[in-house]
Design a protein around this ligand. Structure first.
Ligand code: DP6
Length: 353
């Protein structure tokens, strides 16, 4: 019976506070600007992936949350696997007598510990876990930074999910993508008081995918060019400084501004892209009102390519922030239909870090 070789890893979901939006090269998935994210707690949100290979497997197969994916039609997946096989074949050449794992087919099993119906993007954690699991299976000597260049080609944001804590994706200058990679800016324990909550507003699949949305933005938005060239480089530096100094006021202001500018750029796209809905805007107003009354930032909100909100806050303000959103949710449910123009439909204080 041929042997089965196997490795399992987990990767966290990451939420950008300085957003990646726009590609300068679609083939290599090179971005038009750098970005920075926070990894969410793996207790609540992570992908667990097991990669195995064996001479007895007759084709590459991927099972995603229990259902089989068509590997042959997923070009991004194929690119990641090809890159990893190439690195493994080098190891085999340098170590004659080692197992020729690069020639065997792969079986990959990937599971999220959060419901797909939660409407959260899982491709980042998914591709990161897949690349890391195969790299472990192949015993590759490459660092996480080097592997992030491969995960990037699966999904841009995936390169940041190879790390916990605070991670930047440096856009790089080289045309071959050899310097477009992620690196950890700070560990999670660097800022133990930082908390995050996800407000699940809609579980629906997004109308415009990130990939096609950002391509339309690159082609049509003038605001986007200004943002990529003149705003993001400064914000990246300021955000790194804010994290290093555990300065929540600067962190919150930058996070809020960058989320709003990302959605402004979507609106500046032709035809315009709307990711926020009435409930998202209701949450923005609530958070803004909370910060105004408090006289400082206590809640920082950010939205990706969909209506769900992520809030960042300090542990000392947990009751204040979550209490307010819970209370509004309770009230909204009790309101009569004509008295609730911005009712958080399906608003669900879901996954809390
Ligand atoms: C709004 O990483 O999903 O979440 O590279 O085409 O797979 P592809 O795009 P993807 O885009 C994520 C966009 C974002 C912002 C971010 O995560 O930085």
């Amino acid at each position: 019976m041929p042997q089965i070789y196997q490795a399992s890893v987990t990767a966290p979901v990451n939420i950008a506070v300085i957003k990646y939006w726009g590609k300068r090269c679609t083939k290599l998935n090179l971005p038009t600007n750098s970005s920075l994210s926070v990894a969410l707690s793996q207790e609540n949100l992570r992908t667990l992936t097991t990669a195995s290979c064996s001479e007895q497997f007759d084709k590459d197969i991927l099972w995603l949350n229990g259902s089989e994916e068509n590997v042959a039609s997923n070009s991004r997946l194929i690119i990641c696997i090809e890159n990893l096989r190439l690195l493994r074949s080098r190891v085999e050449k340098e170590n004659p007598g080692s197992q020729t794992l690069s020639k065997m087919n792969l079986h990959i099993v990937s599971e999220n510990n959060f419901p797909t119906a939660a409407g959260l993007a899982s491709s980042a954690a998914g591709f990161a876990a897949l690349v890391y699991a195969i790299a472990n299976l192949y015993k590759l000597p490459q660092s996480e930074i080097q592997l992030s260049r491969i995960a990037r080609q699966g999904s841009g944001s995936a390169c940041r999910s190879l790390f916990g804590g605070y991670t930047s994706w440096e856009m790089g200058n080289n045309d071959d993508g050899s310097d477009s990679q992620a690196q950890q800016v700070a560990t999670k324990s660097h800022w133990p008081d930082m908390k995050a909550a996800i407000l699940i507003i809609s579980a629906a699949k997004k109308g415009v995918s990130s990939t096609s949305g950002m391509q339309a933005t690159v082609a049509t938005s003038t605001l986007f060019t200004y943002r990529a060239q003149h705003i993001v480089p400064i914000r990246m530096q300021e955000m790194k400084k804010a994290i290093a100094a555990r300065d929540f006021q600067s962190f919150a202001e930058l996070t809020i501004k960058d989320s709003n500018q990302f959605h402004a750029v979507c609106l500046d796209t032709m035809p315009p892209i709307f990711y926020l809905n009435d409930t998202s805007r209701y949450i923005i107003r609530l958070a803004e009102e909370l910060n105004r009354v408090a006289g400082k930032y206590v809640a920082a909100y950010t939205f990706d390519a969909g209506p769900n909100a992520v809030l960042y806050y300090l542990s000392e303000n947990t009751q204040l922030v979550l209490g307010l959103f819970r209370e509004c949710y309770r009230k909204a449910k009790g309101w009569s239909s004509d008295a609730r123009p911005c009712v958080p439909e399906g608003f669900n204080l879901g996954l809390i870090k």
